[in-house]
Design a protein around this ligand. Structure first.
Ligand code: FEO
Ligand code: CA
Ligand code: CA
Ligand code: CA
Length: 717
């Protein structure tokens, strides 16, 4: 397992949920079931209508016909490799100043003031255009803001060792000075970038530049706001929250703001071994365990150990005081949300949208907003055996809201009230979205967990999803909506615990692969599932598996089911973003399974549609599993576009509206470096981006690159 995987692999879903659908006996109302069935029956006709609507609504750019570049070979070079005819330029990296008065990043561990510098582990990123007048623009291509997540840090034991001079303190207690840096290096940044002719450059002095960190004041919105679950010493009325943490994937709302998913936040908290006993009848004990915070488990960085000041004490979520108003037993409940930020307004606080549920959020991707219809967002919960969700707004879309001046007020309108659903995949290729709300009798009458208020569902979402019998998936990462036909894609990155006894139609593979002679088991290379709905707000869908990750040489009847070759084989798909300009589906990998052969990569795909392949029966041990496999891939439909530097994951991706500049985040190069070698560049696994001519020092840095075509053309086509 690669170091950054450690925190994605908590096995906290011990629910007895079926991995396939036969067993479930829901008590959903007859009306709900009938509505689902009617939706499925009408699917063909309505899909055709939906397609026509997309085309006339300006589905974005010329239709995609081919991938016009030479595939990049797999490789282990410590470099970003792109096809001939393309340029990749580093423009923004860990530590870069976000104000004109900040000194340049020395990159030797001595730098401070990360509240005014780029954060670490850049992940999801979105483009927000600026006109020449400095006002928001949907069409600007030469000047814009990149709003991006800074998910985590490169760690060994407790310390983020590359940002401390000698690697820092890998034991408890952690020194406050080290923790102060680590608290500020997580979160989100907004940075202005400009096309300066031959080059792009970020603007250190831009008034738009902004950092949001674990300590930034934020607003809780939706059902959890003011609930008992958010009462802390800092917030006796449950109204105030601070910070955002482990921000992973991103999305862009139809009204032009950023949404960001808080993913592996639970690992940053600690409660002592006696905490379950101390809480006794508190139903939160069940929730704490379900969310991966077992009593006595160490926290990722030991931030709680740095002193009694509030900034450190808040990371101890044990019930230590007389009541919730005297301690931070509830602090963990203020993380795990989709958060919304207006990148154009640095005075506006981040808003946590609790109506979209609390989980290990990867990203949120929006269906095309249609006048008079609800706004719909799809989301994955990335941990082994977790679920896929969607949110359907109560308010119906008013096209005037697309260009409103108060963008966060529009967010309040669509994201604070609505219905959250979780997906159940059936073995016949159909599926159902199950509502997580008190008007669902399965939730209201659950004996598994007591749901009394909508805040209970918003905060303990995983338990609600367990209660309705959602399908356990192979680690749902990014979702993306195909702008050409509205189909919804989800990467399922891998699952080492998938085996012959728990395979199902939608997670059908369990096999053995070898890496440097060592066995790896389960769904080693991951897959991508896709869903078709007649309308985004419907409760019925059809699904198939668009793509199976595999090594080119693997058996084509059981593992390499998408017929991948050396030009397009991949492992552990993670980021998945459709280009609004071209319709290209960009697929990024976060892999530890195929890394003996190749570094992580970015591929470009011309996707088909649900049902373009067929039913296939796989044999897993003595078990046979029927699944639905998309059409086999060729180099006309899937090609490798980029291979990253050593130890790096390829994370976020976005582009200018003309598709001529593609921004890609390169996360944690050199993550397999040992802390003991922090002062010995010769021993670093990677020296990127210093070896590409960017910045001081030789410590590897997470960074943003911009990719353009030498002839100025549209990228990927
Ligand atoms: Fe942050 Fe699931 O990747
Ligand atoms: Ca292998
Ligand atoms: Ca990810
Ligand atoms: Ca991942």
């Amino acid at each position: 397992m690669k170091p950054s995987e450690t925190f994605n692999n908590e096995d906290s879903n011990s629910s007895q949920n079926p991995d396939f659908d036969e067993v479930l006996s829901t008590r959903l109302s007859r009306r709900h079931v009938l509505r689902g069935a009617a939706g499925a029956a009408g699917l063909g006709v309505l899909s055709a209508t939906g397609l026509a609507a997309c085309a006339t609504a300006g589905g974005g750019g010329a239709p995609l016909s081919s991938l016009g570049f030479q595939p990049v070979a797999k490789g282990l070079a410590d470099a970003v490799v792109v096809p001939p005819g393309y340029r990749a330029q580093v423009i923004y990296a860990l530590g870069d100043p976000l104000s004109a008065s900040m000194p340049a990043f020395r990159n030797d561990g001595s730098d401070g003031d990360f509240g005014n510098r780029a954060g670490d582990h850049s992940d999801g990123v979105e483009w927000f255009g600026l006109g020449a007048d400095g006002k928001p623009s949907r069409t600007a291509v030469a000047r814009g803001l990149l709003a991006m997540n800074h998910e985590a840090t490169t760690d060994e034991k407790l310390t983020s060792f590359f940002i401390h001079t000698d690697g820092g303190t890998a034991s408890l207690p952690r020194p406050a000075a080290e923790v102060d840096k680590e608290l500020m290096i997580h979160g989100i940044s907004v940075v202005e970038v400009q096309n300066q002719g031959a080059r792009w450059a970020y603007q250190p002095g831009s008034a738009f530049n902004r950092r949001v960190t674990t300590m930034s004041e934020a607003e809780m919105h939706g059902p959890a706001r003011g609930s008992e679950h958010l009462v802390t010493k800092h917030s006796p009325d449950g109204m105030r929250v601070r910070g955002t943490l482990n921000n992973c994937g991103t999305g862009k709302t139809p009204w032009g703001t950023l949404v960001s998913g808080e993913e592996n936040w639970f690992g940053y908290f600690h409660r002592d071994a006696q905490d379950d006993e101390r809480r006794k009848k508190d139903r939160q004990v069940q929730a704490l365990n379900r969310y991966g915070r077992k009593a006595g488990a160490p926290s990722r960085h030991g931030w709680e150990s740095a002193g009694s000041a509030d900034a450190y004490a808040r990371w101890n979520n044990g019930a230590l005081g007389a009541s919730a108003k005297d301690d931070y037993r509830n602090e963990m409940n203020s993380f795990g949300y989709i958060v919304e930020l207006d990148p154009y307004d640095k005075t506006a606080l981040l808003r946590k949208r609790s109506a979209l549920g609390r989980m290990g959020h990867e990203n949120a991707t929006f269906a095309r907003a249609q006048a008079g219809q609800p706004v719909v967002a799809y989301m994955g919960d990335d941990a082994r055996g977790e679920y896929i969700y969607k949110f359907v707004s109560k308010a119906l879309w008013d096209t005037a809201d697309a260009n409103a001046a108060n963008r966060l007020a529009v967010g309040d309108k669509y994201l604070d009230q609505g219905t959250l659903y979780v997906a159940r995949f059936k073995s016949d290729g159909s599926g159902e979205w199950l509502p997580l709300a008190l008007n669902n009798p399965v939730i209201a009458g659950s004996s598994y967990f007591e749901f009394k208020t909508e805040a209970d569902v918003a905060v303990f979402t995983r338990l609600a999803a367990d209660a309705v019998g959602a399908t356990k998936m192979d680690r749902p990462e990014w979702g993306g909506v195909n702008p050409k036909n509205g189909e919804v894609y989800f990467t399922l990155t891998n699952n080492s615990q998938r085996n012959a006894s728990n395979v199902d139609a939608a997670n059908p593979r369990a096999y053995t692969d070898f890496k440097a002679g060592k066995e790896q088991k389960g769904n080693v290379n991951g897959h991508i599932v896709r869903l078709a709905e007649a309308r985004p707000a419907d409760t019925a869908f059809r699904w198939d598996i668009y793509l199976f990750g595999a090594e080119a040489g693997a058996d084509r009847s059981s593992v390499n089911l998408s017929a991948l070759t050396d030009d397009n084989d991949l492992s552990s798909p993670d980021g998945l973003v459709f280009s609004p300009a071209t319709g290209v589906c960009w697929i990024e990998t976060d892999d530890g399974a195929y890394t003996d052969q190749t570094n992580c990569m970015l591929l470009a795909a011309v996707p088909g549609r649900v049902g373009d392949g067929g039913k296939q029966t796989l044999t897993q041990g003595d078990k046979r599993v029927d699944t639905f496999v998309g059409k086999p891939q060729t180099t006309a439909t899937l090609k490798r576009f980029l291979v990253g530097p050593k130890g790096a994951e390829i994370t976020g991706i976005c582009e200018t509206p003309d598709g001529r500049a593609l921004f890609v985040n390169i996360q944690h190069p050199g993550e397999n470096t040992k802390m003991a070698e922090v002062s010995n560049p010769a021993k670093y696994e990677s020296q990127w981006p210093a070896n590409a001519g960017y910045g001081a020092g030789r410590r590897p840095r997470s960074a943003t690159i911009v990719i353009t075509r030498e002839d100025g053309g549209v990228v990927g086509t």
